[in-house]
Design a protein around this ligand. Structure first.
Ligand SMILES: [Zn+2]
Length: 660
């Protein structure tokens, strides 16, 4: 893509719209009748003389159970929106299962889950679903209705099962388990987090933070943003420091939103806002656990980093978007068959109220306040590790900042796989084969197009493990537990502090880039090289064609080795790339008035960097003379952020140690 260049003052103006402190009060709508009706007919209970099988609880999914012999049972799960007359093309998801089994005797049972989508690749790669035992006399429904501190860590991966692809192309999982007498054992595709559980969890946090008997500096407010089509609450959390709250003034009601009579969220001083949402796709529970990591961290009263985040930002959080889909145990759709993450262009209050509300809220804050980041949390069944999707920004300097945040996040997190992170035009348009709708209608792309917000990301996590082949820095290929997802969420927040230069830590300082300036230089150099080589030179265009979008972020060395030196016509291509250099220089010179040597310098610097990564004695990268971005293009003073650089490094295993 071609970038346009412009100076930093223009950019600052474009990020931060003027602030209007007084927002007009708007009319409230009537409070609709609110009683939840479980419309889902797929949550059922089956009684046998030796066992009970049930999915009759929030997020449950098991539509049928047959007894094949005394100790063997066959289960079927429902596809999203089963029983509703939908286009066959969209009614295809049979991935999420969640059911409970209670045995009357201490008995070993064989259970076959018989009709899953063909995710053979996932299971071949070592995927393990999850299970846990409940307390004696505890019903699954009551379990989902309540929250006890740290109970989520009792879920375990189920190791001892077999699987096969049937003639019907359905995947079958065969479970053998010795059931304790009269205790429910729950089985799920991945660590569940139901709508009911989430409500109980939010109540727990609310009661802890807003306990009147103690003094807390945390402002935590939980309110109903809108009701879903089946009249469930879509919640909106506000988390910040009490210093940021205007005690005598309330936030305005927005027409159609906040259905309870009086909105009582306090107005906030002019601080940058960070909007985070999750579970637009109901089966993507790793997204929820990343979100829970974020919520738990932000409400931690004893953590200096969390305090700094609350002090400097206002967090607006939508923990579960697709509340109906989550309640029904869907994988990807809502209960009317919509993929809600393809509805952002034209949402309607009746058709997709959740999206209507989030969009309205986001645009409200963007127009009247300073929204600084937006994250939408997801999970990806096809990958290992975690990664971010970003947008391709027109202005080079903005795009560097956009990518730089993702890069910092990758340095901070042990799970982000940089090779998977994509910030291309292509990933703003691609269609998902299941639902033929383009990514232009996702929150990430649409919010960016509407507001120009630089830091707009989708954060995706694998369901099961990391994978960092060829990346020596990260060798975490262990199966993910809940705290791994939570750590990714927490590291996203730490990365904000690092990127905003509110703190520094060893992960940045001891990296080959030394500090955030070094990171920025590296990203800018890489982007220039990609941009110029791929756009100007015929030979390299062919190279670029070979490199699909996923590999856009390969290091220069890899590009050289794999696509220039490694190919049959390597000499030809190499010659062509050398011939292209003068042209690149000329173009750069005319476009930017840059020193024509800058591209050469970038190549030399990048090569030196690669060398220095292999050989720590080489320190050529420290030469800052040709540093294109020596002026920090973002002026921190404009944010009014509170700096506090000398915090102790945070323990990577904070959840691990707390919860063992
Ligand atoms: Zn998703």
């Amino acid at each position: 893509m071609n970038y346009r260049y412009f100076n930093s003052t223009t950019m600052n103006k474009s990020i931060f719209l003027p602030t209007i402190n007084k927002v007009p009060q708007q009319q409230t709508i009537e409070n609709p009748e609110h009683d939840i009706i479980y419309k889902n007919k797929n949550q059922k209970t089956f009684n046998f003389h030796n066992a009970i099988f049930t999915s009759e609880f929030n997020s449950g999914n098991m539509i049928n159970c047959e007894k094949l012999c005394e100790d063997t049972f066959r289960i079927q799960i429902a596809y999203d929106c089963e029983g509703i007359d939908l286009d066959r093309k969209i009614a295809i998801y049979r991935v999420w299962f969640y059911f409970g089994v209670k045995c009357f005797n201490n008995q070993e049972l064989n259970i076959i889950i018989s009709n899953l989508n063909n995710h053979l690749r996932l299971y071949n790669a070592g995927y393990q679903f999850v299970y846990r035992e409940l307390e004696a006399n505890q019903e699954p429904k009551d379990f989902e209705n309540s929250y006890v501190l740290n109970e989520e860590y009792k879920w375990k991966r189920f190791e001892d099962f077999t699987y096969e692809l049937g003639e019907d192309h359905r995947l079958k999982l065969k479970i053998k388990y010795r059931f304790p007498r009269r205790k429910y054992v729950l089985f799920a595709f991945c660590f569940p987090w139901s709508y009911d559980k989430n409500n109980a969890f939010l109540n727990y946090i609310n009661n802890t933070i807003n306990d009147e008997s103690k003094i807390s500096n945390i402002y935590f407010h939980n309110e109903i943003l809108i009701y879903s089509k089946e009249k469930r609450n879509v919640n909106l959390l506000t988390i910040t420091s009490k210093e940021n709250v205007i005690s005598y003034q309330l936030e305005p009601n927005l027409i159609g939103l906040f259905p309870t009579k009086n909105r009582c969220c306090k107005s906030l001083h002019d601080k940058p806002i960070i909007v985070i949402s999750a579970r637009v796709h109901p089966g993507e529970t790793p997204g929820t656990h990343m979100m829970n990591g974020i919520i738990k961290f932000l409400t931690d009263e004893n953590n200096e980093y969390a305090e700094l985040l609350r002090k400097n930002f206002v967090f607006k959080i939508i923990p579960i978007i697709n509340v109906d889909g989550v309640s029904s145990g869907n994988f990807r759709l809502d209960n009317s068959g919509l993929n809600l993450n393809r509805c952002y262009i034209n949402p309607e209050i009746k058709k997709d109220p959740e999206i209507y509300a989030i969009k309205k809220l986001f645009l409200f804050y963007s127009n009247h306040f300073k929204v600084r980041y937006y994250f939408d949390l997801h999970a990806d069944i096809n990958v290992k590790g975690a990664y971010t999707f970003g947008n391709a920004l027109e202005y080079f300097e903005n795009h560097v900042e956009n990518v730089l945040f993702g890069f910092i996040f990758h340095l901070q997190s042990s799970h982000i796989n940089w090779k998977r992170c994509i910030y291309s035009e292509n990933c703003m348009k691609t269609k998902f084969k299941g639902d033929n709708n383009s990514k232009e209608a996702t929150s990430r792309v649409h919010f960016f197009k509407k507001t120009g917000l630089i830091h707009t990301y989708t954060l995706e996590s694998s369901y099961y493990k990391g994978d960092f082949e060829g990346n020596d820095e990260k060798e975490n290929d262990e199966i993910y537990q809940i705290f791994d997802f939570e750590n990714t969420g927490r590291d996203c927040l730490i990365s904000i502090l690092l990127y905003e230069e509110l703190v520094t830590n060893d992960k940045i300082n001891n990296s080959p880039y030394n500090n955030i300036y070094g990171c920025r230089e590296f990203i800018a150099g890489n982007l220039q090289l990609n941009e110029e080589r791929f756009n100007l030179d015929y030979g390299l265009k062919r190279v670029a064609k070979e490199i699909n979008q996923r590999k856009f972020w390969m290091s220069l060395k890899e590009i050289n080795d794999k696509y220039i030196l490694g190919r049959e016509n390597r000499n030809n291509l190499k010659k062509m790339s050398l011939m292209a250099l003068p042209k690149i220089n000329k173009k750069l010179d005319s476009v930017r008035g840059f020193n024509p040597n800058s591209i050469n310098n970038s190549i030399i610097k990048s090569n030196n960097l690669i060398n220095s990564m292999q050989n720590p004695n080489v320190t050529s990268y420290n030469n800052r003379e040709n540093f294109i971005y020596k002026n920090n293009i973002r002026n921190q003073v404009n944010f009014g952020l509170t700096r506090r650089k000398n915090l102790n490094p945070i323990s990577q295993s904070v959840y691990k140690t707390n919860n063992n």
